[in-house]
Design a protein around this ligand. Structure first.
Ligand code: DOR
Length: 423
């Protein structure tokens, strides 16, 4: 029997009401005991560190199958582990699209070979993500998908969306929505506003996001279904979700670090690493997103990790693909600039990065309880560093955060009982 004892850490598990200096005993991959002064043959002293339930990034793009030059399941999940995550959910915009059982099974098998973190594939809603015909949704779930989404593309037909929402009621997970009216945002490069006018780049108005959020909230109400909104970026979007939640609708939403920390003024450098969809917005939107985090409207922080090659991004702004490689910067950036600045507390952060995504995806994470598989993230809030894209484990070095300083990061994790040192 393989035992591992974590000693003297502050164990912080908001969903279990634990915030105390305790020892955690792990036996054969499972948590056996959480108590004071436990002993075992193999132990590791974690004084001064914080043991949290394993972090879950519910929105990443791993690019395999089809775009292995940008990322593979091996490199992306390795990056996830080094970013402090114990589980990730990967989006379906691969080639072929994960719109069928075989592709979902392939993704699961590739992750078994990689073996860094737990992986939960998200299947597509429509065939080929074309928005025209429903994918084999029941088959996708049977193969092991955790949810469905056409993320990267918006389902423009309200009728297809209605059918998808109705069909998805049979399953316990929400439909994850990429809200973007593609007619309003067509050819857009950045947020529509003063900066887009100054730079002469075509804008993507906030209304492109807001009208789809409003539409989909009406549709989900009509057919009594559930929605999770990916990468919320606008003030009005937060208001719409807040109003819906007040009415008791089963809707949740996520925000990314880049939408919390950067505005469209970052595009003035024409650095293509600032090109992301939805685009970086304005200070007013950031304030609303922070308020959404504080009052519980926004329940999840996710990276929308979207790796691209150097060559993909080494071009004029209008030709670059959208996306930021974000899985290795989320935890330090959020600890330093959202938690330490008092936007949300550390327990609230743990809720948004572990407890809530696990609940939304119905996966057994978010707790530190005896009997559970041992998936833990260990934080050190005192360690400082600088983000360096050349140290990323991800193939994608496309980050606008290169050179940013931080204090606080994940220093260890335990995944299915296995201890990992993260440096
Ligand atoms: O910036 C983005 N990149 N937004 C998306 O919705 C898709 C993603 C990607 O797949 O590159």
């Amino acid at each position: 029997m393989k035992k591992l004892l974590i000693k003297n850490a502050r164990v912080l598990s908001p969903a279990d009401g634990i915030d105390e200096k305790l020892d955690v005993l792990i036996c054969d991959g499972r948590i056996e005991k959480i108590d004071k002064k436990l002993s075992a043959e193999e132990s590791i002293d974690m004084s001064g560190k914080i043991v949290c339930p394993g972090f879950v990034d519910m929105h990443v793009h791993l690019r395999e199958p089809g775009y292995e030059e940008k990322e593979t399941i091996y490199t992306g999940t390795k990056a996830a582990m080094y970013g402090g995550f114990t589980a990730v959910a990967c989006m379906a915009n691969t080639s072929p699209v994960a719109d069928n059982r075989a592709t979902v099974e392939f993704i699961i098998n590739q992750n078994e070979k990689a073996g860094f973190v737990r992986l939960f594939p998200i299947g597509s809603v429509t065939k080929g993500q074309k928005g025209e015909e429903l994918a084999e949704i029941a088959d996708i779930y049977a193969a092991g998908a955790a949810a469905i989404s056409d993320d990267g593309k918006c389902i423009m037909s309200a009728e297809i969306m209605r059918r998808a929402l109705e069909y998805n009621r049979m399953f316990p997970s929400p439909l994850i929505v990429h809200a973007e009216d593609l007619v309003l945002s067509r050819s857009g490069q950045i947020n529509e506003g003063l900066v887009s006018t100054l730079l002469g780049l075509k804008g993507m108005p906030r209304e492109a996001e807001d009208v789809i959020i409003a539409r989909d909230l009406e549709l989900m109400k009509y057919v009594s279904s559930r929605i999770h909104f990916a990468h919320l970026s606008t003030r009005r979007g937060v208001e719409l979700v807040r109003e819906a939640r007040k009415q008791g609708l089963p809707v949740s939403a996520e925000v990314t670090p880049h939408h919390l920390l950067l505005t469209d003024t970052a595009v003035k450098t024409f650095d293509t690493n600032t090109k992301v969809n939805p685009p970086l917005r304005t200070l007013e939107d950031i304030e609303a997103l922070c308020e959404g985090l504080r009052d519980g409207t926004v329940e999840v922080i996710a990276s929308d990790h979207a790796p691209h090659t150097f060559e993909d991004k080494d071009c004029e702004y209008i030709f670059a693909p959208f996306g930021i490689s974000g899985i290795e910067t989320l935890v330090p950036l959020m600890l330093d600039r959202i938690v330490a600045k008092g936007v949300i507390s550390l327990p609230e952060f743990i809720n948004k990065i572990s407890v809530n995504p696990a609940r939304i995806l119905n996966i057994p994470f978010g707790h530190i309880q005896p009997g559970q598989e041992a998936n833990l993230t260990v934080l050190d809030l005192e360690v400082s560093g600088t983000i360096r894209v050349d140290r990323f484990h991800s193939k994608g070095h496309n980050s606008p955060f290169d050179g940013w300083n931080y204090k606080g990061r994940a220093v260890y994790s335990v995944i299915a009982g296995k201890l990992n040192k993260l440096d």
